[in-house]
Design a protein around this ligand. Structure first.
Ligand SMILES: [Fe+2]
Length: 293
């Protein structure tokens, strides 16, 4: 995930494609159409009726599962995506989002390099993949597609505190790139933005996009006796490896979005140094200091 975009003034030359994980998977998405910052046009007219219908079926299956499993903030905001009958137009969604929290959604061809990702977040622009999964990937898709990016991520960007956390994360990422600490920040993103749980008076609820857009992991993460659920601990998270191709074995639980925002406010430079000294932890490891739910 480190590619230097080609800067050619005024001419769209495309950018180098990005692939997922360490396997031999070919890139998905048309990187030839992307600008130097990796954004591109959504090309909404190119979606087929079958693709809109696939989006609708994904949306309806997930929406039916939200009560009792998704956090209230997510449930309150998911309606902003509009009618599930078709893939939303990013420009119309951006207008609503900008009025709420000054964020926008921008189209990207697929995965983008870390630096480009951090730069967009720091500008309050959330990159959303243009393509949708194939019908045979209805239950599971490895790479994030338009359904994961929109349904999983965008509703919480309507929440002011979470929106500020995401921008701060992007700014922190740009700094971490210079310090070569992106791995630690990637783990923070994974265990909060993608797979985070939040403690509420009604019980644990999901706020992570990877969970909220997953047919099976939403219920698993909140109710299964198998995974361990540990209290949020910034340095612990930065040490913990994660799994990209199975349900998580560990989830971290925040008390509030304010806690998340405040925990990430300090300068991470000394924290990165400590984490580097302490060493990595396996995804399923348990420490005596863990606060277990
Ligand atoms: Fe995601």
């Amino acid at each position: 995930m480190s590619t230097t975009p080609d800067f050619h003034s005024g001419i769209n030359q495309g950018v180098a494609p990005v692939t997922y994980g360490q396997g031999e998977r070919p890139p998905r998405g048309d990187y030839a159409q992307a600008r130097a910052d990796y954004t591109c046009d959504q090309n909404w007219a190119a979606y087929t009726p079958a693709e809109h219908d696939l989006y609708r079926r994904l949306y309806e299956r997930q929406a039916a599962q939200l009560p009792g499993l998704a956090c209230d903030e997510f449930v309150a905001s998911v309606q902003h995506l509009g009618a599930p009958s078709q893939i939303p137009r990013f420009d119309a969604l951006s207008e609503k989002l900008h009025r709420a929290t000054r964020w926008q959604v921008v189209a990207v061809p697929g995965l983008i390099p870390e630096e480009a990702f951090f730069a967009l977040l720091a500008q309050r622009r959330f990159p959303v993949t243009g393509w949708i999964r194939r019908p045979e990937e209805f239950d599971y898709v490895v790479e994030p597609d338009v359904f994961h990016d929109l349904f999983g991520h965008v509703p919480l960007l309507f929440n002011p505190m979470f929106a500020d956390y995401m921008q701060a994360y992007g700014a922190g990422g740009l700094k971490a790139s210079r310090l070569e600490s992106c791995e630690y920040l990637a783990r923070l993103y994974w265990y909060t933005v993608e797979f985070g749980l939040i403690a509420t008076p009604a019980g644990l609820r999901a706020y992570g996009a990877g969970i909220l857009s997953s047919a099976g992991e939403l219920r698993h993460s909140v109710t299964s006796p198998c995974p361990q659920r540990l209290g949020f601990d910034l340095e612990r998270i930065m040490r913990t490896r994660y799994k990209i191709d199975s349900y998580q074995t560990t989830y971290f639980v925040i008390d509030s979005f304010r806690q998340l925002f405040e925990a990430t406010a300090p300068d991470f430079t000394p924290i990165y140094a400590r984490v580097a000294q302490q060493g990595q932890l396996a995804a399923e490891e348990r420490l005596p200091s863990d606060r277990v739910y």
